[in-house]
Ligand binder design. Structure first.
Ligand code: B12
Length: 546
């Protein structure tokens, strides 16, 4: 039997969302334990990591800057902000190496046959490489496997960036991690394991994918404090993400989901979901949930909601849903069963952009019909918009803004259209007006390492070697910023994710989500770990009390 340490470092936890529990890690631990292996989870998205990455004098300096300049910080205070951002990045790059050494010391003390690292983008990726390098230095014989969303997105590009990981794993990880444990135990051939990517005789080998077809066969996720160590105290916000469905047959041109989890929709049964919820409530006293699927299937959530009401199970939950599957009466049922927020992918108010640029199979008229029904049921509605997308013009921007003003969602998420690897946009890039300045490979390599400069306005973020609709990356993302500002000017909130809606409610900000969003932003951007801890304590005490 093998012992595995699972590690996840997603970079500086820049949103409160980062502090929610990680279902991927809990599932992997569940799978290993169910097969007789040993496991510990080091989830580094914690309050302690915020403390480590943001020294008190830096925290005071940035707080003073925000106080001094107020809203004028991006104009009058911009040079100071740029200098601060650089200084903090340099500090964090050094400090993360120390986190790597601390992690290596932990593994040494615990003893392990291999480490499994979950990879994320931005400083999560560069930081995880630094941590892995420190582990390799201290424990040269310890095999390192890596998986997670960043591997799904970039696959073999990661092996071109670094050779610190011995094996990468993409797709569903529950069966793969068990096979890896057997491999490190000497009972399994690497060539026979699905979903793995590794170097063999100088070449990169990508094993074929295997999706778990029956999601009811997934192991029960493990959040025990002695396994999932960050469960101790108030390091995390104790909301559990439930894997109710995976895969998506829609294949919208821009979306990574079919690549990450396959084109076939797979789902748990309502019976299994309700049994998981009951077990999580009983074992961990947690009553706040979020569904993980990119669009929780309507029939599944209807059956689940019915059972929650029937069995008098008191929870709050949020999810992604599809407009084309939704109906008014469903929302009333969901609201009664504890649904607090739903995130809908709308993406554009222009039918032409939806059809030609996004391949979204959605009618603007349907958006106008469904969103008010969902709001009417008392559910907090978030709609996402991709702006700009290929072929967007000032006229289609107007159409999107007009749609937003007509339906007035409770919050809007705005992102510029990037090209996820493997999507229709990637495969037919030229047709959509994407022009890779130095070739596609160069673009994906740059994207895989792309650093977020959270203190700075988007136009000061590093550029990427791509032109979109004939414009530079900078010009393109500036338009996204402008779109967001127009929405905010009409008193519609932006950037409030669904999973934080119940958290805001527990923290006493129901109906005042804008203030909550601003508070969280300020606390995370100033490294105010003590205040974040207090917030976690307050929220957790309510999540855990029944
Ligand atoms: C639910 C969710 C969350 C939840 C749960 C986290 C999670 N499970 O990843 C919460 C709210 C905590 C969260 C937070 C964040 N998220 Co999030 N989240 C999602 C979402 C919607 C679904 C993820 C999910 O539940 N998948 C199912 C689970 C089971 O899969 P999984 O966690 O990836 O783990 C499986 C495999 O990856 C694999 N695996 C993972 N690690 C390893 C390691 C080894 C060794 C092996 C063998 C296998 C393996 O096995 C696992 C079990 O099958 C996705 C978007 C999407 N639709 O996919 C974004 C997504 C994963 N999040 C993203 C981001 C950026 C974040 C945040 C950084 C910030 C933010 N925007 O909120 C934080 C960081 C969290 C942290 N730990 O610090 C990005 C990641 C992009 C990237 N390349 O890194 C995504 C893809 C959204 C996007 N398109 O931008 N998120």
């Amino acid at each position: 039997m093998a012992k595995c340490i699972l590690i996840s470092y997603a970079g500086y936890p820049y949103t409160l969302s980062s502090l929610l529990l990680d279902n991927g890690l809990a599932n992997l631990a569940g799978a290993l334990l169910a097969n007789g292996h040993q496991v510990k989870i080091l989830d580094l998205a914690t309050v302690t990591t915020i403390k480590k990455l943001f020294p008190p004098d830096y925290s005071r300096e940035i707080t003073a800057l925000f106080q001094q300049y107020g809203n004028a910080i991006y104009e009058k205070g911009i040079n100071k902000l740029i200098r601060f951002n650089k200084k903090l990045q340099t500090y964090q790059q050094k400090r993360v190496r120390e986190i790597g050494r601390e992690t290596a010391a932990f593994i040494k003390k615990e003893g392990a046959d291999f480490a499994g690292i979950k990879l994320w983008n931005g400083d999560g990726f560069s930081g995880s490489i630094a941590i892995a390098e420190e582990i390799k230095k201290a424990l040269p014989g310890l095999p390192l496997a890596a998986g997670g969303p960043h591997v799904d997105m970039f696959r073999e590009y990661i092996l071109e960036e670094t050779d610190v990981f011995d094996i990468l794993a993409y797709g569903d990880g529950e069966e793969v991690v068990v096979k890896l444990a057997e491999y490190f135990d000497g009972r399994q051939e690497l060539d026979a394991i699905p979903n793995v990517i590794y170097r063999k005789n100088g070449n990169i080998k990508i094993a074929p994918v295997k999706w778990i077809t029956d999601l009811d066969s997934l192991p029960f996720p493990v959040y025990d404090e002695d396994i999932y160590l960050a469960m101790q105290g108030d390091e995390k916000i104790k909301t559990v993400v439930l894997d109710e469905s995976r895969g998506c047959p829609n294949c919208c041109y821009f979306c990574m989901q079919p690549i990450k989890s396959g084109t076939r929709l797979r789902k748990k049964t309502a019976e299994r979901l309700v049994s998981d919820i009951k077990k999580i409530k009983k074992l961990y006293h947690i009553n706040c949930f979020r569904f993980a699927g990119s669009g929780t299937p309507a029939a599944l959530i209807r059956d689940t909601a019915g059972k929650l009401i029937e069995q008098n199970i008191n929870i709050k939950y949020t999810m992604f849903a599809r407009i084309k599957d939704s109906r008014g009466p469903l929302f009333e049922l969901l609201a009664r069963s504890g649904c607090r927020a739903i995130f809908f992918g709308v993406e554009s108010g222009s039918q032409q952009i939806l059809d030609k640029s996004l391949g979204k199979k959605l009618k603007v008229e349907k958006v106008k019909e469904i969103i008010p029904q969902c709001k009417q049921a008392g559910i907090f509605v978030i709609t996402s918009f991709i702006f700009p997308a290929p072929f967007d013009t000032p006229a289609t921007m107007r159409e999107s803004l007009d749609l937003i003003y007509a339906i007035r969602p409770d919050s809007v998420s705005v992102i510029p259209g990037g090209i996820p690897r493997g999507t229709v946009w990637d495969k037919q890039a030229a047709k959509f007006g994407f022009d890779f300045e130095n070739g596609k490979k160069d673009y994906f390599k740059a994207l895989s390492k792309y650093k977020y400069k959270l203190f700075l306005p988007l136009n000061l973020w590093e550029s990427l070697p791509i032109k979109i609709n004939g414009e530079s990356f900078h010009e393109f993302i500036k338009k996204s910023d402008l779109f967001k500002r127009e929405v905010e000017d009409k008193e519609i909130l932006t950037s409030m994710p669904d999973e934080l809606v119940p958290v805001a409610e527990y923290a006493g900000y129901k109906g005042n989500e804008k203030e909550f969003r601003n508070l969280c932003r300020r606390l995370h951007l100033t490294g105010a770990y003590q205040d974040i801890k207090k917030l976690n304590q307050e929220v957790n005490s309510k999540i855990l009390s029944l």
